[in-house]
Design a protein around this ligand. Sequence first.
Ligand SMILES: *[C@@H]1O[C@H](CO)[C@@H](O)[C@H](O)[C@H]1NC(C)=O
Ligand SMILES: *[C@@H]1O[C@H](CO)[C@@H](O)[C@H](O)[C@H]1NC(C)=O
Length: 209
Amino acid sequence: MAKDPVRVLVIGAAGQIGYALVLMIAMGVMLGADKPIILHMLDIPPAAEALNGVKMELIDAAFPLLKACSGVSIAAMIGGFPRKEGMERKDVMSKNVSIYKSQASALEQYAAANSRKLSSALSAASAACDHIHDWVLGTPEGTGVSMGIYSNGSYNVPPGLLYSFPVTCRNGDWSIVQGLPIDEFSRKKMDATAQELTEEKTLAYSCLS
Ligand SMILES: *[C@@H]1O[C@H](CO)[C@@H](O)[C@H](O)[C@H]1NC(C)=O
Ligand SMILES: *[C@@H]1O[C@H](CO)[C@@H](O)[C@H](O)[C@H]1NC(C)=O
């Protein structure tokens, strides 16, 4: 029996990571080889021509999973501003924040209530694909993965930070693996990372106001 198609939105689809990502999605790497997909691709106006090129390539390749094209279920936000020479970290962050902010409000209007948002400026397309694959389809019994998720205070990571945790996934939900031993070396690194992320969060908020 044919499965229902799922709508996937890729923002920044004409960029290098976005381009690789849409191809992988079309090939079934993200959601499985039997899941039909309706793909929505967005990018900024200067990338319109490149985006059209991506679309033509997808049509030419005639991927069997791609269905003709509301309610987006999975959103991959890849677009960000590349750091150019002479730019301060804060300048780039401020550009990124305004990009993500406008994307997020656009998304709120169109996304299905249950939408999964993957804000992935840094990770490469295949990592993004694997991530959503594990999230949606579940991690194999007895294995886990690392995912950047909201901290609930596990492993003494400040609650509310987006932090990488060991997780298992089942039915589209993740759960943090508890009780792994942490040696002194790792503890120090984890605390330093938490500190950095806290500073980054403060910086991002200051760009918002
Ligand atoms: C901004 O986004 C770019 C590209 O997506 C990313 O490489 C960079 O690390 C981000 N910079 C900051 C400061 O958020
Ligand atoms: C955090 O969530 C995990 C499941 O993801 C749960 O096992 C754990 O008890 C929670 N920890 C705290 C401190 O709430």
